[in-house]
Each structure stands twice: as C-alpha cells, then as structure tokens.
Write a protein that binds this ligand. Structure first.
Ligand code: ADP
Ligand code: MG
Length: 258
C-alpha cells in the first residue's frame, strides 16, 4: 500500500493550516509513523517551523517543472521519523510556469508517487498555500485525504462553500475521484468567549461528525514555537496545546485507518 497523502488546505490565510500541518506531522511521527511533511507554501513557514532553513534549490520548484525528483529533496529534521521537503520563495514562480504544461494539475501527484510507493514513509502531509492556485490544486489532485482547518471566528464558514464546490468539482470532474474529505479541524478556540463556542456549534451543525472532536485552543505557546524551530510537542510538551494536537493526531490516524 502506498503511503496516503493528506492535504491541509483552506484558501483563507491565517486559519492554522501551517500550525496544524507542523504539529500533526510531529505528533504522528512521535506516535511511531514515518511522516514526510511537504511545504508547498512559498512563505516556507512549515519549513522554518520544523527547524530548517529556506534553502535555494531545496524546494519542489525544479522537480515540478521537470528537473529532478521529490525524493532527492527530502531532508531529515531533528525529530525522529519526521522528514520534510522544504519550500523557498521560488515556489511562487511555479504558479505561473506550471500553466504551460498540459498535465499541470497532476505534476505533484506524479512526483510524489515514487515517494509514497517507496516504503520510506507511512504518511505524507501537504501544507498548502492560502490560495486556490495551481499549487493547491496540485495538492488536492495528489491527495487521498483533505483536512480543512477552520479558525474559530465569526467568518469561519465563509469560503467553506468554495472549498466544498471545488472538492466536488475535483471528484466529479475526474481530476481526483478518490479525494476524501477526512475532516474539519477547529483552530484557535478561545474558551473565554461565547463567540468561539457559537462558531464551533454552528460548524458542527453544518458538518456534523466531519468536525474532529478535538478543538485546538488559542495559545501564545503555539505561535511562539515556530520561532524556535520546534513543533509544540517538543517546545512545550506538557501544554494544553500539545495535548490537543496529540489528540487530534490520534483522531486523524484513526480516520486514516492506522
Ligand atoms: N491555536 C493557535 N493559537 C495561537 N496562535 C495560533 C494558533 N494557530 C495558529 N496560530 C498563529 O496564527 C498565525 C496563522 O497561523 P498559520 O498556521 O500560519 O495559518 P495559515 O497557514 O493558515 O496561514 C500564525 O502566526 C500562527 O502562529
Ligand atoms: Mg501557512
């Protein structure tokens, strides 16, 4: 069985995609899975968040345009079983350059196939950029599963219909008929406000059991950790945020059938 690919996507910025990608990947690695985190955002926050420098020529930029393989871009991290394919600013340019390829939607899938089938990883996590450009579309075309993070704020549900429509189009249009909506993860929950509770209730009403039971709290520890190049599990292992991501990771692994 090739390693499943889980895309973390939402076209909105600042909803917790990168934080969720880093911390889920780290918690699943700590739980014994060999995890490859692929940073597809030119901002490279997932790359620095697991302690790697942006490295010129280190991203999937060249491989996506036909030069080199994904496997040779894989870098180890300081954390057991967690590897990463870093990003760099160059990745911006890919959006434009991919346009000229007829197979522009399936290039990432083709690159990742030997990585998933090679037996080195149990799971691949894709951190997507905050837009529905070609990089995100490539991620959704390559993925087996989609996890959508939603921030606990007033406009949480805004834009979700866009994702739903895109999801249906990708499946029904034949780009990726196997794509599975694994779940919706609520992030930045502030238990002191009624708003957070109302938003979670509203999202649960809309999505039912698709919403993961574990909700990620808003805490400054999660915002600080990336500047130390550490997932929360290694930065502040006994914090509520670390416990929350460990629980969410267990729920994700269960839904993935591990
Ligand atoms: N649960 C949280 N509590 C506090 N800050 C958070 C939390 N999740 C994310 N952040 C912060 O919010 C900002 C946006 O999060 P990020 O994961 O980068 O979102 P995205 O990748 O969707 O743009 C970052 O500065 C991040 O550190
Ligand atoms: Mg991000």
């Amino acid at each position: 069985m090739p390693a499943p690919i889980l895309a973390i996507a939402n076209q909105k910025g600042g909803v917790g995609k990168t934080t969720t990608s880093i911390n889920l990947a780290a918690c699943m690695a700590a739980a014994g899975k060999r995890v490859l985190l692929v940073d597809l955002d030119p901002q490279a926050n997932a790359t620095s968040g697991v302690g790697l420098e942006k490295l010129e020529g280190g991203s999937l930029y060249a491989p996506l345009l036909g030069e080199g393989t994904a496997l040779e871009r894989v870098k180890p991290t300081a954390f057991d079983r967690l590897s990463v394919i870093p990003s760099e600013v160059d990745l911006c340019g890919v959006e434009l350059e991919l346009g000229r390829f007829e197979d522009r939607l399936s290039r990432l899938r083709a690159l990742l196939a030997p990585v998933c089938g090679g037996g080195d990883f149990d799971l691949v996590v894709l951190d997507c950029p905050p837009a529905l450009g070609l990089l995100t579309l490539n991620a959704l075309a390559a993925a087996d599963h989609l996890l959508v993070p939603l921030q606990c704020e007033y406009y949480a549900l805004e834009g979700i219909s866009t994702i739903r429509r895109l999801f249906d189009q990708l499946r029904e249009g034949g780009v990726n008929p196997r794509l599975n909506l694994l779940g919706v993860a609520m992030t930045m929950f502030d238990g002191r406000t009624r708003l957070s509770q109302q938003v979670v209730a509203e999202v649960r009403e809309h999505f039912g059991d698709l919403v993961f039971p574990t909700v990620i709290p808003r805490t400054t520890r999660l915002a600080e950790a990336p500047s130390f190049g550490k997932p929360i599990l290694h930065y502040d292992p006994y914090s509520a945020a670390s416990a929350a991501y460990e629980l969410l990771a267990a729920e994700v692994l269960k839904r993935l059938g591990f």
